[in-house]
Design a protein around this ligand. Structure first.
Ligand code: SF4
Length: 377
């Protein structure tokens, strides 16, 4: 039996993988074998042949940012004539359009804008919830929350609690990049350490919010750093479960690849194989995170479809807008009926879910949505 076979066998027998196992898997090029084992593990958690998706919209409310990540093509420095802050009415209109097509989730995220006081966020959340009580606000990355803490002078716990009271429902996992400080110092040294990112996530779990975790490969990280990223998420999830917080912790893991176009960071684009391998290893290592989300927005619909055989059970959001990734060259846009078609082509049954992953509607046979998204910015 080869070393990889032994590791896969260990996992299929229900044992946990360790750092060394993870590194060995990342070094392997037997991606079909990894995908096969990951698919078996996925089916143990999700026995029905259903692939879920959420109808949602990204609202990039500001591009003003003082974090200056070297890989980011989206931000503008404070004072730039190209900087913007969306007026509240524009944000409300975008949410209304989302609800009009059956959408349930708003992923509001932007730069770390030093000009915004903390009550900008709490007032905005309250006003959104007044107008749209049924919309789920899955919003703000740890870097934005850290900025709110800095401008307000409040503790991290106060900031997260006040956001929750104002209407924040859930936290997306943006800004994780690679959860190790060697790489973070090179690409986003003002964004804080991996521990800073994790502290925000763990605080969110403590106050009862669910979150997700992303991972971006292709910054020049080692295989050990990739495996460590996953173990750090798994450890935090263990702590959430042990502490019996009123939160499910990390509901989903979302890996994708760095998109180098238009950024100041020159790197080779990671291959679809490297992406699929990361997906499979994520399913094998993260035994306590239930959902694995495909990243068709960066990888393209065809690779997205393939990822459903490598451990993914979810097709993510319809992503009505995505300015951050599209600024860096990922321009795959898919409407809802195309998502239904892709999921069916992969041999699965599509189902609309909410942010908590409760299934809202199963699209049996050839059924389609009545009103599709009009893609617009
Ligand atoms: S990735 Fe986010 S935090 Fe970094 S520069 Fe871009 S907008 Fe700012």
């Amino acid at each position: 039996m080869s070393a990889v076979d032994r590791i896969l066998d260990k996992r299929l027998r229900g044992e946990r993988l360790d750092l060394e196992d993870g590194v060995r898997l990342f070094e392997s090029d037997e991606i079909e074998k990894l995908g096969h084992a990951a698919n078996i593990m996925m089916q143990r958690v999700h026995p029905d042949p259903i692939t879920t998706f959420v109808i949602g919209r990204n609202v990039n409310y500001t591009n003003v940012c003082d974090t200056f990540c070297t890989f980011c093509a989206f931000y503008r420095i404070p004072g730039s004539s190209e900087g913007y802050l969306l007026p509240d009415e524009v944000i409300f209109q975008k949410i209304k359009e989302t609800e009009d097509v059956g959408g349930t989730e708003i992923l509001m995220q932007g730069g770390t804008n030093p000009n915004l006081p903390f009550n900008y966020y709490t007032d905005l959340l309250r006003n959104i919830k007044l107008r749209f009580p049924n919309i789920t606000m899955h919003s703000f990355s740890p870097a934005e929350i850290r900025k709110m803490q800095e401008v307000s002078g409040l503790s991290l716990e106060q900031v997260v609690r006040e956001l929750r009271e104002a209407g924040l429902d859930s936290l997306p996992g943006g800004g994780a990049e690679i959860l190790d400080d060697r790489i973070r110092k090179q690409i986003s040294r003002h964004k804080g350490t991996w521990r800073d990112w994790m502290d925000v996530m763990q605080m969110a779990h403590k106050v009862g919010l669910n979150t997700s975790a992303t991972m971006v490969i292709g910054f020049g990280e080692t295989m050990e750093e990739r495996a460590l990223h996953m173990l750090r998420i798994r450890d935090a999830q263990d702590q959430c479960i042990e502490n019996k917080y009123d939160s499910k912790g990390f509901l989903a893991f979302i890996p994708f690849t760095f998109q180098p176009d238009n950024t100041g960071l020159k790197r080779e684009r990671e291959t679809p194989e490297a992406y699929l391998k990361t997906v499979a290893i994520g399913r094998l290592m993260l035994d306590n995170v239930p959902h694995l989300q495909s990243s068709w927005v960066t990888m393209g619909p065809e690779v997205g479809k393939l990822s459903l055989s490598y451990g993914c059970n979810d097709f993510g959001s319809t992503m009505m807008e995505e300015n951050v990734v599209s600024s860096a060259g990922a321009v795959h846009k898919v409407n809802i009926n195309s998502i239904l078609e892709l999921i069916r082509e992969a041999g699965k049954i599509p189902a609309q879910r909410n942010t908590r992953y409760d299934i809202l509607k199963v699209f049996k046979d050839g059924t389609q949505v009545e009103r599709d998204f009009v893609m617009q910015n």
